[in-house]
Design a protein around this ligand. Structure first.
Ligand SMILES: NC(=O)c1ccc[n+]([C@@H]2O[C@H](COP(=O)([O-])OP(=O)(O)OC[C@H]3O[C@@H](n4cnc5c(N)ncnc54)[C@H](OP(=O)(O)O)[C@@H]3O)[C@@H](O)[C@H]2O)c1
Length: 320
């Protein structure tokens, strides 16, 4: 079997989780890892049995044996390293948000198209089996016409030792970090909103720590929120003319839901990153430069909505 050689840049929290799911995929090979620290890269490579490691990102991008690069850095670096990888003919799975604003995402997509290489945002919830099943149930009219969605994503991370979540230079803040998930859910079920309103609270760093969002669509409304100051139930609700769906906690990585209180369970393979990895493999093996399930246009739409919300709460990053 021809294995697909993965390279990972940025060996932080998500890289450690992602790699465990990568090991569950038969035709995936963890080929190379890169960190700003050679010692850290070596340690990671030994821990997860990578073929090689680098003490800088560029060397990994230039390695001729790398097929696809998973960009797992803080937000502000997604654009720079995706562009660099795509220019070098490497496929890219880029952590969310794909870019910090529409301008960045559009340029990343242009580069993928120009170089005919695969690019996808790592919006893993899009590939979650329970979420996919809910889509089918709604299409099958099980709750009638969907007209209201309510979802949040709130964790208590305010004392986080993680510098990146509140650091404006790294495009920190709750909206881009976790608010992107409820915004995604509303977009998945309703499409692009006609109107968006948002209010929020900021940390002294300027990063948003609590944001409430209302959206109006041609056929319904969504009420969303995100925050770093308390843990919410992390259940999402979809209401239609014939009933409701509740997505169990944590809804963005859910293993089940109920329809009018009858439960359905969909256990995941691994932590749930396996599905986006399989989608990348399928696209690479089919010669596609984008996923049909989470396309370039979907990433552009999503960042457009995030830009609208940011305009509402007056959130601009210093490098923009
Ligand atoms: N899909 C999910 O479930 C999920 C979950 C969490 C986070 N994420 C996303 O994954 C990305 C990384 O998040 P994370 O939680 O893994 O962050 P993290 O633990 O802070 O790790 C990020 C890594 O990026 C590298 N890096 C490069 N420049 C940096 C800088 N100036 N400051 C800090 N780190 C820098 C570091 O790796 P080296 O030192 O090795 O270079 C660091 O370990 C973000 O886009 C986030 O939104 C996704």
């Amino acid at each position: 079997m021809n294995k697909i050689n993965w390279g990972i840049i940025g060996l932080g929290g998500i890289a450690h989780k992602f790699v465990l799911d990568l090991q569950l995929i038969e035709d995936a090979n963890l080929y190379a890892v890169a960190s700003r620290s050679l010692e850290k890269a070596e340690e990671f490579a030994i821990q997860y049995d990578a073929d090689t490691f680098y003490g800088d990102y560029e060397s990994l991008v230039n390695d001729e044996f790398v097929d696809i690069i998973y960009i797992a850095t803080p937000h502000h670096l997604h654009y720079q390293w995706a562009i660099c990888a795509l220019q070098n003919g490497k496929s890219v799975l880029c952590e969310k948000p794909m870019g910090v604003n529409r301008h960045q995402v559009a340029e990343m997509i242009d580069m993928a198209v120009k170089n005919k290489v695969f690019l996808m945002e790592a919006l893993w919830t899009r590939f979650n089996p329970a979420i996919n099943e809910i889509e089918d149930r709604i299409k099958a009219n099980e709750i009638g016409d969907l007209n209201y969605l309510n979802a949040d994503f709130c964790f208590d991370m305010i004392d986080s030792t993680k510098d990146r979540v509140l650091n404006m230079d790294l495009a920190g803040g709750a909206l881009l970090d976790i608010g992107i998930y409820p915004v995604f859910l509303a977009y998945l079920f309703f499409g692009k909103p006609l109107r968006v309103r948002a209010v929020g609270r900021k940390h002294e760093s300027g990063a948003d720590i609590q944001t409430a969002i209302s959206m109006v669509f041609p056929n319904g409304m969504a009420s969303l929120s995100c925050g770093f100051v308390s843990k919410s139930d992390m259940r999402a609700h979809l209401y239609g003319t014939k009933g409701k769906i509740e997505i169990f906690e944590n809804w963005h990585e859910s293993e089940g839901f109920s329809i009018n209180d009858k439960e359905y369970h969909y256990p995941k393979q691994g932590r749930g990153y396996t599905y986006e990895i399989k989608e990348c493999h399928w696209c690479l093996q089919s010669g596609k430069i984008q996923s049909e399930l989470w396309s370039h246009e979907n990433s552009l739409d999503l960042v457009d909505i995030l830009d609208m919300i940011r305009a509402e709460i007056d959130l601009q990053y210093p490098f923009e």
